[in-house]
Design a protein around this ligand. Structure first.
Ligand code: BGO
Length: 266
């Protein structure tokens, strides 16, 4: 069985550039089943047994666009051995929004921060070690365009795929939200333990496609309604806010822009 790596990231993060650099001419192009979204797969150069699947460029794992549905169906149903999540280092906060969701799937993940040539030219600094700690997975700096760091990223993701240890998100949302997610997780059956957080969040958000998939118990809706009343917000916004709180703390700790440095010094 070949090792399956999914390449995931926002549109314009440099995904195509990285995919081409990693696979060269070893590519097969087709369509995702039932839709006219292009599907590209390729063998990792020098590794006949490693297949990289280029997922459509997406901002989130919600069910609202065809691309998001195609990408998340692949991740949920095809169980890739690892994810290589490429993010645009010049747009860290926005790109990490997707990352917070990918990490909930329990699939081993490596983050490749792309466009580092531009980040460095701008004299901005990303604390990669701290970012890795706060996300709970390896982080590598790359420039897909210049071919820098991509071998290291490939090596790390293949290693993680072979090791097969699921990632577990290190961050916790506010206590009230975590308690509700735990209650929902306890009602979920038929999925792997490490995937439960992803499914619990989707059920909390009333994701219809996931509800159908899990044959969800009716009490979940009661739990969601009760929390919405208590927190005076709708469930999707509650989760979105939690993600933004998490992301702003990451940016605060891990991303030092030239202008922020000047402010600290003066
Ligand atoms: C154009 N560094 C820099 N500086 N640019 C990069 C890097 C990097 O590491 N990686 C990718 N790019 P895609 P998606 C372009 O096409 O791979 C650039 O959507 C242009 N085109 O070259 O397509 C890459 O697959 C005219 O830029 O991303 C591309 O994720 C002027 O980022 C863009 C300037 O990369 C998106 C750039 C006609």
């Amino acid at each position: 069985m070949p090792i399956k790596i999914a390449l995931a990231g926002n549109p314009n993060s440099g995904k195509t550039t990285l995919f081409n650099a990693l696979t060269g001419s070893n590519q097969f192009v087709g369509n995702w089943p039932g839709v006219t979204v292009e599907k590209k797969e390729g063998k990792l150069k020098g590794h006949k047994d490693v297949v990289i699947t280029d997922l459509p460029g997406i901002y989130s794992l919600s069910p609202y666009t065809l691309e998001e549905v195609v990408a998340r169906n692949y991740l949920i149903h095809e169980h890739p051995d690892a994810i290589l999540n490429i993010i645009d280092g010049t747009n860290l906060e926005r790109n990490l929004y997707l990352t917070t969701q990918l990490l909930e799937l329990g699939i081993p993940t490596v983050i490749a921060i792309n466009m580092m040539d531009v980040v460095k030219k701008n004299h901005d600094v990303i604390d990669v070690a701290r970012l890795g700690q706060e996300l709970g997975c390896p982080v590598v700096e790359i420039s897909a365009l210049k071919g820098i760091g991509i071998q290291e990223a490939a090596k790390k993701v293949v290693f993680l795929a072979q090791e097969g240890l699921p990632t577990a998100p290190v961050h916790k949302f506010a206590e009230e939200v975590e308690n509700v997610l735990t209650q929902i997780e306890e009602k979920i059956t038929g999925v792997k333990e490490e995937e439960k957080r992803f499914f619990a969040i989707k059920l909390f958000e009333r994701d219809e496609k996931i509800k159908e998939l899990l044959d969800c118990v009716p009490e979940v809706e009661d739990i969601v309604k009760e929390t919405e009343e208590k927190m005076d917000d709708d469930s999707e916004s509650i989760i979105t806010n939690e993600r933004y709180t998490y992301l702003s703390s990451i940016i605060e700790h891990c991303y030092v822009t030239k202008s922020k440095r000047k402010l600290t010094v003066s």
